[in-house]
Design a protein around this ligand. Structure first.
Ligand SMILES: C[C@@H]1O/C(=N\OC(=O)Nc2ccccc2)[C@@H](O)[C@H](O)[C@@H]1O
Length: 474
């Protein structure tokens, strides 16, 4: 069994092809999943109920915005140092230009509230190693820039004042640190990386103690062999943070088990509190229903692949607000969260396209958000017209594709019947016609809302099993 597991690990079996071994065949793990099944405490329920979040990717990379020495790179702007092969000491000189005069934490928080996001994930430190907080463990921080101020502290306060939870993105991989190693191939590597892990522990303790209202740590930059060979450390970090911040949630991307398996351990159990593998992609609403068994959070970019600020968004397709909205609903319909990314400009303001997106999503959420917040997977069979979400006995129909038939086909699970249907943001009764056992036609609203709309179905358990329908004998 151990050999099988080692083989799987060596093949670095992708997260999404998890097979769980029968319980009696599981192998012993010291650094595997700490818990089976979803967390059921209030802090996790709040994480889940929030459903819609925003990502903020902001760092030195915003200054060049994808261009270096006159050449524009179309790769992700926050990776420009890598694309342009810029040595770290040259890259960190960007700190001398870090002076976002238009930065206004309260304006950012107001924009987030108006968009309807319930939490914001902020890049405390991305791969480049520049810290948005005054860390005392490195010179590469906001303190040593013309701007000086604790940007992270101002954002935590401003978002929290708006009732918005704050999550910390933290990249373990740190291109600025001389002791970082991609792999451990010598005693020297081992000693250097041990110093690096202590440095990282210190920064994480600093973040957890300076900003105790933090609700989540979203780890990134954990795919290298050096981390996979130190699964013990990833388990230690999760425990350390949960001791420092009771209730805090931790993403699966932090964890590697005894054999270097990431996200799901060698027995197929999810590590951390929610799966964080759906980056710029979503599980299929029919074929990937396995994800409804655990908590998960997806994140997405508005261009095809730009997290940090890139000066030229014409280089790839930019999603419309409707396309962003559909991804949000798709995630919630499968029991997941969605985090929409924003890459602030070097001056501390947002580009017009992002402001318009936030306004557009916010207008929709104001009218229909009850089908998102506190909602979950319905367990109903996906239909072509859109997505279902569920809250208790209420099932929401979120319609993106109105049919020519003017009827929305609904198939309820055996034993469930629809009592009534009303439009959300209108409260108008909607006619439902039973067409077969557990099948209904739900009428379209008389007037085309001109936007994705929502119908709330009130359901109840079927009272009698006998009905007028007979299945074909075939
Ligand atoms: C949210 C994104 O997260 C990242 N990477 O996530 C990955 O999943 N990276 C990856 C994916 C497949 C293989 C190896 C690494 C970062 O590199 C990127 O700049 C951004 O912060």
């Amino acid at each position: 069994k151990i050999l099988l597991v080692c083989f799987l690990v060596m093949m670095d079996t992708p997260v999404w092809s998890q097979k769980q071994l029968p319980a009696d065949q599981e192998i012993p793990l010291k650094y595997g999943a700490d818990r089976l099944g979803k967390r059921s405490d209030a802090a996790m329920q709040k994480f889940r109920d929030n459903r819609l979040g925003a990502f903020i990717h902001w760092g030195l990379y915003a200054i060049p915005g994808g261009e270096w020495n006159g050449k524009v790179y179309n790769g992700a702007a926050e990776w420009l140092k890598s694309w342009a092969k810029v040595p770290s000491d040259e890259w960190m000189k960007l700190m001398d230009q870090w002076n976002p005069q238009n930065f206004d934490a309260r304006a950012w928080a107001k924009m987030a509230r108006q968009m309807g996001v319930k939490y914001v994930k902020i890049t405390t430190k991305h791969h480049e190693g520049f810290c948005l907080w005054p860390s005392k463990y490195t010179k590469y921080t906001v303190t040593n820039t013309p701007y000086k101020r604790d940007i992270l502290g101002e954002l935590v306060k401003a978002y929290n004042d708006e009732g918005i939870d704050v999550h910390f993105y933290f990249s373990v991989m740190d291109w600025s640190h001389p002791d970082y190693r991609y792999d451990i191939k010598s005693k020297e590597d081992e000693e250097a990386f041990s110093r690096f892990l202590e440095f990282t522990d210190n920064q994480l303790k600093e973040l957890a103690t300076r900003y105790p209202t933090v609700k989540d740590f979203w780890f990134d930059g954990t795919w290298d062999a050096s981390i996979k060979k130190n699964g013990w450390w990833t388990a230690h970090v999760e425990k350390m943070l949960k001791d420092l911040v009771p209730g805090v949630t931790i993403n699966s991307r932090l964890r590697a088990d005894d054999y270097g398996k990431r996200h799901f351990d060698s027995n197929g159990h999810l590590m951390g509190d929610y799966e964080s593998g759906y980056e710029r992609r979503l599980p299929d609403p029919v074929k990937d229903l396995k994800v409804t068994r655990w908590d998960w959070e997806a994140c997405m970019t508005v261009p095809e692949n730009q997290w940090g600020y890139h000066k030229d968004w014409t280089l790839s397709y930019v999603k419309t607000p409707l396309e962003v909205l559909e991804r949000i609903v798709h995630a919630v319909s499968m029991g997941g969260n969605m985090v929409v990314n924003f890459g602030p400009q070097p001056d501390g303001d947002f580009r017009p396209e992002e402001k318009q997106l936030a306004e557009s999503i916010g207008r929709w959420m104001k009218k229909y958000g009850e089908c998102i917040y506190g909602c979950d997977y319905s367990g109903w069979e996906k239909q072509a017209w859109g997505y279902y979400t569920r809250k208790g006995k209420d099932v929401y129909m979120v319609v993106f594709n109105p049919p020519y038939s003017k009827h929305l086909v609904v198939k309820t699970p055996v034993g469930t019947e629809i009592v009534k249907a009303v439009t959300v943001n209108g409260g108008k009764d909607v006619k439902i016609t039973e067409t077969a056992r557990n099948e209904y036609n739900v009428d379209m609203p008389d007037k085309d809302p001109g936007e994705p709309f929502v119908i709330k179905l009130e359901t109840k358990e079927k009272t009698s099993e006998t009905d007028k329908y007979r299945d074909a004998l075939t």
